[in-house]
Ligand binder design. Sequence first.
Ligand code: NAD
Length: 440
Amino acid sequence: MRIGVVGTGYVGLVQGVILAEFGLDVICMDVIEEKITMLNQGIVPIYEPGLKELMDKNVAAGRIIFTTDVKYTVENCDVIFIAVGTPPKDDGSADLKYVLEVAKNIGTYLNGYKVIVNKSTVPVGTGQLVKETIQTVLNERGEEYPFDIVSNPEFLREGKAVGDCLKPDRVVIGYENERAAELMKKVYDVLYINETPFVFTDIATAETIKYASNAFLAVKISFINEMALLAEKVGANVQEIARAMGMDGRISPKFLHAGPGYGGSCFPKDTKAIVDIGRQYGEEFKVIQGAIEANEKQKQRMVEKIVDRMNGVQGKTIAILGLSFKPETDDMRDAPSIDIINGLVKNGAKIKAYDPQGMKEAQWRLENIADSIQYCENEYAAVEGADATVFITEWHQFRGMSLNRMKDFMKGDFVFDLRNIHVKDRNVRNLFQYYPLGRS
Ligand code: NAD
């Protein structure tokens, strides 16, 4: 059995490498030539811990190849994963143009029974749309080949993607036809025999599970962020609130960490997309809409807090440590740092920024305010001469910073710790005007 993976981004590349690691023959295909050239040279175009080692191993074993040739991929694979982007349109709905483009290509080159697996996060009904698109092209060709559609949403976390794919909490398979379900069991044989929980269901349910999961987690984060706000007002400690809440088995301690707002390529777009799906059916999802609004407010609140405590930031230099939306990734899509930096610059601040992996992407995402940002080569260079330091992303190396050295380098003494990474250091309050989040 040969597997095709169309789209070699954060999801497709990891998925392709893991399937090769499971012993399958994999063809990874992408339209971006530069990406495929890099992959063929052994260079991983994204930062994802552990991926390079596993990729090298499976390339050497001859189990995975990279190509821009969609015809070759479709003609030579039995199972084809669609793992292309589904970015938000201006109205919040998911843009399906890349998914449908792939469906057209599959219809054009289909040459025998194949299972088409949708891994991209897509609105309910997309499976049917992909099916119709392939069938329409086949009709135009005047040829008839059997094929099945499967929905297999992805739950990996960037930064931990390799581990998540090797040992997922669950695998969701939405299907219409037993033949396709049996083939998917073979694809995931390694997981299946190792007792990973599998959920076999219909396609509409599988598609909805992905949005429901992400929307729920976004609500959880926005909830604890509101508790952080309350804690600051009443003199309570949000970390202890979260810890005690998390001890309740019904709640769980995960995703109960207060911060500057959720970001990344999934939660912001998927919450908007599910609200849009509700709207299409004449329903308003007030809880999810509330989480979206609370998240926007949270980022603005961070700006207001910094401006307020510093008595204005006009002409002041602010060091930003951490740009990517979370540690261990270079992904800057919808990172809270973008809104916070924009807000500070609007208030007249100059920014010195450092991130271990996200700076390349940050430079073009913040191009419009490039004059106000200086990118630095490490965390100490960033804080040098700064009036304030703001920790936005909790990279490990920021936890280990010497506060004394930081104090020596800085001009001012404001520290805004939006991830509470230095909160337990006894020295931090002696050295700085220290503002953690949701606690004193
Ligand atoms: P990405 O932007 O990193 O990668 C998408 C890739 O698809 C790009 O390399 C692009 O060049 C390629 N592509 C676009 N059109 C193509 C075509 N016609 N043929 C071949 N390749 C094409 O996106 P991603 O982060 O990997 O996300 C992919 C999907 O998975 C999205 O729907 C996303 O919501 C979902 N998802 C993402 C994550 C995550 O953490 N990134 C987790 C779970 C699910």
